[in-house]
Structure formats: structure tokens, C-alpha cells
Design a protein around this ligand. Structure first.
Ligand code: ADP
Ligand code: ADP
Length: 229
């Protein structure tokens, strides 16, 4: 389960300026599909529509065959996990930040999620800006490490569908590689839609869709797209 399907989706934030112009694709259950393309192409709009922040002007978005127009946002959030672009950490340990919202999870489950996202070594520490009463300083995490806290939190929630929006943008190459490794692990066995800026971050995707000015202009594997130039 967890099939995501866009059928001829059109969308405009303002009527005179269409943003998505007939977008159709499917993410089969357990597969990873990446959407790449220049800034402004409409990539993030796709994830916003999937969460019903906006409704398509025409066309349909289906999850396991059901039109999401008929699904409450609260129910959608249980099925689709999203790793946000920016992660705000709460004033407590990294472990608490991973567990956040899954208060029934065991310490073992929290550790396993943290391990998959490769932040288990931070689990007992506080984030930067939050110092303990005895004067221990919080830990400064890089943007990539913070994002991995968000990834661990999403893994722990365990949704069948994962949406990673701009997950690896604005990060230096080394961190990008680290995050990419984490994404490879967490997307395994899960339906995953990755919204990315660069082809280089989504090498492992089953399919890559290139979006430009609201239209799918190319699709294929990383190798086939490179071969086309
Ligand atoms: P991408 O993720 O590919 O960079 P977006 O989906 O964020 O692109 O945006 C596509 C286009 O929609 C851009 O031109 C952007 O300026 C416009 N846009 C995004 N959000 C809004 C909004 N809330 N109102 C009007 N236009 C918007
Ligand atoms: P629920 O829907 O079960 O209330 P919440 O996520 O709202 O789920 O809260 C779960 C628990 O986490 C509650 O005990 C709440 O007091 C606590 N909690 C919520 N937000 C915060 C926060 N920002 N910092 C610390 N604890 C919080």
C-alpha cells in the first residue's frame, strides 16, 4: 500500500498564472520517485497539493486509488510523513526531539530511528541554545544533522508514504552525501517522493521526473537521463 498517483493535475495560485499544467505520474508502493527541475518549476507545489494545502484546479490526486479530495487533512498526515525544510528543535534532548509526537514509542524504537538517520550518538544531548541548569552547553548541530533529527522523527512515526521536500538543498556536498545515505536507508520499503534541486542527490531513485514550468519534460532513471544529456 501507499501508491501515489497524480492524474493530469492543473493548478494555479492565481487564476491568470498557471503553475502546474497537466502533471501525471505514479509512485508505485515502496518505490522512490524524485522530482527535479529549476527553481520555480512547481516542485514544492506538488507536495503542497499532496498535503491538501491547496486543491488542484483540475485533475485528481489519488492515494491507493482514493481521491484525496475526499480525505481529511488529519488522516492524510497519518499516511504521509513529511520532512520539513527547516527543523526547529525543542528545548529537550535530541532523543526527545526524535520521539516528539510518538509518546508511546519505546526507548529501543527511538534509538533505532535515530540510528537509521545516523544521529544516535547525539541522543542524550541538548540542542544549541538550550543549556542545562548546571551550565552544560547545548550541542551545535549542522543543518544536515538537524534535518536528520527530523528524518528520525518521521521514521519513528512510520507512515507508509514519505515526502522529502528540498531535503538536500542548501547543504554542502559532504553533508548532502551523508543525508543522501540516510534517505537511501529510510526510503527503503516505503513509498517516497523526493523533491530535489539537483540530479546528483537522487541517484538512487527508481524514477526521476524533470519538471519545468509546470510540465514534465523528461522522466527516466538517473543513468538514462544522463545518457540523454
Ligand atoms: P519550486 O519548488 O519548483 O521551486 P514552487 O512550486 O515553490 O517551485 O513554485 C512554483 C511557482 O509558484 C513559483 O513561480 C512561485 O513564485 C509560485 N508560488 C509559490 N507559492 C505561491 C503562492 N503562495 N502564491 C502565488 N504564487 C506562488
Ligand atoms: P496529543 O495530541 O496527544 O496532545 P501533542 O503532541 O499535542 O499530542 O502532545 C503530546 C505530549 O507532549 C503532551 O503531554 C504535551 O504536553 C507534550 N508537548 C506538546 N508540545 C510540547 C513542547 N513543545 N514541548 C514539550 N512538551 C510538549
Amino acid at each position: 500500500n501507499g501508491v501515489v498517483r497524480f492524474e493530469d493535475v492543473h493548478f494555479a495560485y492565481i487564476p491568470e498564472r498557471p503553475i502546474l499544467k497537466g502533471v501525471s505520474f505514479e509512485v508505485p508502493a515502496g518505490h522512490t520517485v524524485a522530482i527535479v527541475g529549476p527553481s520555480g518549476a512547481g516542485k514544492s507545489t506538488i507536495s503542497r497539493l499532496l498535503f491538501r494545502f491547496y486543491e488542484p484546479t483540475s485533475g485528481r490526486i489519488l492515494i491507493d486509488g482514493q481521491d484525496i479530495a475526499d480525505v481529511q487533512q488529519a488522516s492524510l498526515r497519518k499516511v504521509i510523513g513529511m520532512v520539513p525544510q527547516d527543523t526547529v528543535l525543542f528545548n529537550d534532548t535530541i532523543g526527545y526531539n526524535v520521539q516528539y509526537g510518538r509518546w508511546d514509542a519505546s526507548a529501543e524504537e527511538v534509538r533505532e530511528a535515530a540510528r537509521l538517520a545516523q544521529i544516535d550518538r547525539f541522543i542524550g544531548q541538548l540542542p544549541e541554545g538550550y543549556d542545562t541548569p548546571v551550565g552544560e552547553r547545548g550541542l551545535k548541530l549542522s543543518g544536515g544533522e538537524k534535518q536528520r533529527v527530523a528524518i528520525a522523527r518521521t521514521i519513528l512515526k512510520g507512515p507508509p508514504i514519505l515526502v522529502l521536500d528540498e531535503a538536500t538543498s542548501a547543504l554542502d556536498t559532504f553533508t548532502e552525501k551523508e543525508i543522501q545515505d540516510a534517505l537511501d536507508r529510510v526510503s527503503r520499503g516505503r513509498t517516497t517522493l523526493v523533491i530535489a534541486h539537483r540530479l546528483s542527490t537522487v541517484i538512487g531513485a527508481d524514477e526521476i521526473i524533470v519538471l519545468d514550468q509546470g510540465r514534465i519534460v523528461e522522466r527516466g532513471t538517473h543513468a538514462s537521463l544522463l545518457a540523454q544529456g
